[in-house]
Design a protein around this ligand. Structure first.
Ligand SMILES: [Zn+2]
Length: 339
């Protein structure tokens, strides 16, 4: 009998089934009430008492192993069926969505690239600043009304710590750290305490430029800005400079470009003037040079600063400033082809 049990055990271990029907036939052959294992169980009654213990153990092993083996075969069969029916190799793959650069980054990089061609390198500095670098060194004395134009966010317990209102703070750091000639661009995020609306936000982005050397004149400034305007908005672009006031430059000017929508003829976008404002500029005030340890009797320089949002609006006519920070993909995906 033990021999018979071993033989069936060997058969069970070697079983294979390619289909569910085949497996069922085998199951009936071995495990059903009239199957081979049941037959052995019936025979077990006739086994002599002294042999029952040993044969019983073998019989139990066989029964357990058989059930286990059929469960295994069933699982293998189900897995192979599900993989063959669920995978459709002819189906196209899911598309990988390509990201895009943010419109502000596209424009910022373009500005940087244009000025890099005439020798400007990048300088960066902290967004959390102190009063001296943002205001003091740049000719904003304490209590001066010019500070009102650039209200920002202060730490209540230490008003000397504040969020920078312009990237000019980086210019003051560069001037304190380097000897002229200096030719840097300062791109970055700045903060103002403003009510948020379609045309103002509590943060925005600037690119400022600073050039200090011997014999730098207003003509150099004008030429650099004309070059920039033509590179950015097209060869036919014209510029005009209007006198203005900034504490850190003297003389100071606002620069307009001929409206890139109507070509200067007048349209609703330029309020029928033919001109749109794009940046502020001027010759660095000698006080600022001295504050930063540069001899103003030897060196002179110019500085300019523009809002990246403003330039982006001019290029792409984005009506609402808030859209730049809302992370709305329907808006951002429109710039896919822009770079
Ligand atoms: Zn126009």
């Amino acid at each position: 009998m033990i021999q018979k049990i071993q033989q069936i055990l060997g058969e069970i271990n070697a079983l294979t089934a390619a289909t569910a029907e085949e497996l069922e036939t085998l199951r009936i052959k071995y495990l059903s009430k009239k199957g081979e294992i049941s037959a052995l169980v019936n025979d077990f009654r006739n086994v002599a008492n002294e042999e029952k213990r040993e044969i019983g153990q073998h019989l139990n092993t066989l029964k357990n192993r058989a059930q286990e083996r059929f469960a295994e075969l069933k699982e293998t069969l189900e897995n192979s069926q599900s993989t063959s029916s669920d995978i459709d190799l002819t189906r196209p793959a899911l598309p990988i969505e390509l990201g895009t650069r943010h419109p502000l980054s596209i424009v910022k990089n373009e500005i940087i690239e244009i000025f890099a061609r005439i020798g400007f390198t990048i300088a960066e500095g902290p967004e959390i600043e102190d009063d001296w670098h943002v205001f003091g060194a740049l000719n904003f004395p304490p209590e001066h009304p010019a500070r009102d134009m650039q209200d920002t966010f202060f730490i209540e317990k230490n008003p000397d710590v504040l969020l920078r209102t312009h990237t000019s703070s980086v210019q003051s750091r560069v001037m304190m750290a380097q000897k002229p000639p200096i030719r840097v661009l300062c791109p970055g995020r700045v903060y103002r305490n403003e009510a948020i609306s379609y045309r103002a936000h509590c943060f925005f982005h600037q690119v400022e430029g600073l050039y200090i050397d011997t014999n730098v004149s207003f003509a150099d400034l004008k030429q650099a800005l004309l070059y920039f305007a033509k590179e950015m908005f097209g060869e036919k672009t014209e510029i005009r400079l209007r006198p203005s006031y900034f504490p850190f430059t003297e003389p100071s000017a606002e620069m307009d470009i001929s409206c890139n929508l109507c070509g200067g003829k007048g349209c609703p976008f330029c309020k029928h003037t033919g001109w749109v404002e794009i940046l502020g500029c001027g010759m660095v005030d000698p006080n600022v040079l001295e504050n930063c340890g540069i001899d103003s009797s030897v060196y002179s320089g110019y500085a300019f600063g523009m809002g990246v949002e403003r330039i982006t609006n001019l290029k792409y006519q984005v009506k609402d400033l808030r859209m730049f920070s809302e992370n709305d993909l329907r808006f951002l995906q429109q710039f896919e082809a822009a770079y």
